[in-house]
Design a protein around this ligand. Structure first.
Ligand code: CU
Length: 659
């Protein structure tokens, strides 16, 4: 069934003749030729034939007041999309918040893809470069963010460094040392904290034989000298006394810190955490993390707990600590220490105690630490390296994706494969690759094997799992943060079943660092962000954040209308249960897939994965058998898509697996 008349066929002789004549007429006018080329391009990409073959990119018309530096986005159980900018890599926005408490600059909005409406959300903290994950309840956990911006060498005027506040008293109440608290060195030099610090009581450890050991608590805080004076530089680690403490607190609570330097300062993390309520559409503060984190990954475990991994701490140092979030108590507790680069790509596996680390990360870190892919047992903190990955020095800012099940299959067979695609050398390295490698976690001894090369080498590729069992890939750049305007405008689809990559419509907008993509409830793909270092080919003019948001409609959407499914739009269900729906399009339905809603930032989207369900057809009835295995289908929210023979998905039904 065709919805629109064709405008013209590509390559039609008459069109070519007219085009050639016009081109010849315009040949003497160099200014007019690009305009003509633009017009020709526009008419080509807007033609029905082109859309039917390659799909279509639509740039959303966003009112001025909602334009923001979107760095984070997540699909909520309502089908709406939370868009978060925070200070959005803009020091002025950060300072406006930091100095005046102007929360308005820390933008968050909820976007409704069906009505195309946007709504402002009051935002309590700078969530820029936080981590996020959809909890089993449907609330979005957001942890960490920015407490300090990067300062390059020469920009640092006041000697500064980290102080760890120790508390030896197990009986003292929790104290907050406000931002601006003074710390005095043994020689009388005063440094001031740049953020609040929460000091917990020391812990008592009873060894059972009457011996009670006291372990002091620790809280890290960043401080800077009260004056722009190089006399405050020190290489020593010293004990600092803390302003405002009285009585026994004065003996029990002290700072241990240094050195204090004028060296380059990295971004500093925040330890605040929130649950975003998808129904009330508001942030609710939960327990602070024990560590501050900037660029953490937040894999959701099968139990529903979340593990916060990596990130820059309150002093701008990459932490090796991890911590569990318990959604019941809304508190954090320490997990196993392990070094990873920031935003590591960690995936759940069929063993609830094992996370698979693909080896790629969207952030950064030392070249020689935490770079090897493998299986991390978070219970005993052992790590088994996965062999076979090629070009292990070209993994940073690469993409990782859990591949969908066999295309069109309706036998309940699942995929446990993970693909690594593209990436660059560590830091501002010119190294870049088109390599893809694939590992099947279901094998006895899983190892990476080569996949097909991408159409071109690329960093910051965005990959989205689709209901028609392919991976949609778009954007990226050929150099660090789009240097020299090195955008890839290509989009393509990877089909894991045929192992082929096929071209789709070029994207009109270049995107790289600070971009992301996610699957909407209607099967389209939303793409946001992009933060180039420079805006010109010579790398002299500072870059401008890409505030435009696009929605990509895949080609098969132009071949027929999506299957219409009746039945509960949103419901709770148990594993192993059969769900019932009706559809006049039942005869053309081929598959049912449960796809976990995306939570994307920094080209990292580890939540998305597709689980096959079995669909039985009887007249206009569709019965869906949900899988039984909790490790395959943990509790939580899924988008249930029915997809037809041509790969056209229905609007997803939202299903919350509760047990
Ligand atoms: Cu960032």
């Amino acid at each position: 069934m065709r919805k629109k008349a064709k405008f013209h066929k590509r390559g039609q002789p008459f069109f070519l003749l007219v085009a050639t004549v016009i081109a010849l007429l315009l040949a003497s006018s160099p200014v007019a030729v690009p305009a003509f080329a633009d017009w020709r391009y526009e008419s080509r990409i807007n033609s029905f034939d082109y859309k039917q073959t390659y799909g279509y990119w639509e740039t959303l018309d966003i009112p001025e007041e909602f334009r923001m530096n979107t760095v984070h986005a997540a699909v909520l159980p309502t089908g709406k999309v939370l868009l978060v900018a925070g200070s959005g890599n803009n020091l002025d926005s950060f300072n406006a918040f930091d100095n005046n408490g102007e929360i308005a600059v820390l933008k968050t909005a909820v976007f409704d893809p069906s009505s195309r409406q946007l709504k402002h959300i009051a935002t309590p903290n700078d969530l820029f470069c936080s981590g996020h994950a959809l909890l089993q309840s449907g609330s979005l956990l957001i942890a960490g963010g920015t407490s300090g911006y990067e300062l390059l060498e020469g920009e640092v005027k006041k000697p500064a460094g980290a102080i760890v506040i120790h508390n030896e008293d197990p009986d003292s109440p929790v104290k907050t040392l406000k931002k601006g608290t003074k710390f005095t060195s043994p020689s009388g030099k005063v440094y001031v904290s740049t953020d609040d610090a929460t000091v917990k009581p020391a812990s008592k450890m009873d060894h059972g034989n009457g011996d009670v050991m006291i372990h002091h608590s620790s809280a890290k805080v960043f401080v800077e000298a009260i004056a722009e004076d190089s006399n405050y530089i020190t290489s020593k680690s010293e004990q600092y006394s803390i302003e405002g403490l009285r009585g026994t607190d004065k003996q029990n609570i002290y700072g241990q810190g240094g050195p204090m330097t004028l060296e380059k300062q990295d971004f500093r993390g925040d330890n605040k955490a929130y649950e975003f309520d998808p129904v009330k559409e508001e942030y609710v503060a939960v327990g602070d993390m024990q560590e501050s984190r900037w660029y953490p990954s937040l894999p959701v475990l099968t139990s529903g707990d979340v593990l916060a991994v990596s990130g820059l701490d309150s002093a701008g140092i990459i932490t090796e600590t991890t911590e569990y979030y318990n959604p019941g108590t809304k508190q954090w507790s320490w997990g196993p220490n392990r070094p990873f680069p920031t935003y590591p790509a960690l995936f759940r596996t069929m063993d609830p105690s094992i996370l698979f680390y693909s080896g790629s990360s969207a952030g950064y870190g030392p070249a020689d630490k935490g770079r090897e892919p493998g299986f991390w047992n978070i219970k005993d903190n052992t790590f088994r390296i996965a062999e076979g990955l090629r070009q292990t020095d070209i993994l940073e800012t690469g993409a990782s994706v859990a591949l969908p099940p066999k295309q069109g299959s309706n036998d309940g067979s699942q995929s446990h494969k993970v693909m690594v695609a593209g990436g660059g050398g560590v830091g501002e390295s010119p190294l870049i690759t088109a390599r893809t490698d694939i590992i099947d976690l279901a094998e006895t001894n899983p190892r990476y094997t080569p996949g097909p090369d991408l159409p071109e080498p690329v960093r910051y590729l965005n990959m989205t799992v689709t209901p028609w069992d392919e991976v949609f890939a778009t954007g990226g750049t050929r150099d660090y943060r789009a240097k020299s305007n090195s955008y890839s405008y290509k989009s393509y689809s990877y089909n894991p079943t045929s192992n082929n990559i096929s071209s789709l419509a070029d994207t009109p907008i270049g995107r790289g660092y600070h971009s992301g993509s996610l699957l909407l409830r209607d099967g389209r793909v939303l793409v946001f962000g992009g933060d180039p270092l420079y805006s010109d080919n010579d790398n002299t003019t500072p870059g401008k954040f890409e505030q435009r948001i696009e929605i990509y409609t895949p080609p098969q959407f132009y071949r027929d209308t999506p299957p219409a499914i009746t039945g509960a739009n949103s419901q709770q269900a148990n594993r192993g249960q059969q769900l019932m729906f009706k559809s006049n399009d039942a005869d053309r339905i081929k598959t049912a897939r449960l796809i976990a809603p995306s939570s994307a930032t920094h080209v990292t989207n580890i939540d998305q994965r597709s689980v096959a369900a079995i669909v039985h057809k009887q007249g206009d009835q569709l019965k869906v058998d949900l899988p039984q295995d909790e490790n395959l289908l943990p509790n939580g929210w899924y988008m249930l898509f029915f997809t037809d023979r041509q790969g056209i998905p229905s609007q997803a039904k939202m299903v919350q697996i509760v047990r």
